[in-house]
Design a protein around this ligand. Sequence first.
Ligand SMILES: [Zn+2]
Length: 127
Amino acid sequence: MKIPESGDPYLEGHKCGSCGAMYLGARSVCSKCGARDQMQLTRLAKTGKLYAYSIVHRTFPGIEVPYISAVVDLDDGATLKGNLIGIDPDPAKIKFDMPVEVVFADALGRKDREGNSYLSFFFKPKA
Ligand SMILES: [Zn+2]
């Protein structure tokens, strides 16, 4: 995740200059087309569709449950895992393929030792 001095934070990915495949982590060889050293840094899409989710009821102490762990296919082809917020953790309300957007917020109220909030990204149902 990148936080520019001005403007909105964004997620950064690596795009193959040869075939356009998207990757989150840095790599030098495209596993889709085999192109070498063609990776370009790019901003990831801010919208996508819910691919999979699970409702988490048990986790580490101090983290509020239940929450929704989701996998989202971004509109640019990258796949991202994160928490889904802004919707009840109720399977009857969560639809596969529903449109979501990437939002940035404090990471569940967690603070570091200096008391700074962690900024993290979440998925939120798109209105
Ligand atoms: Zn490629």
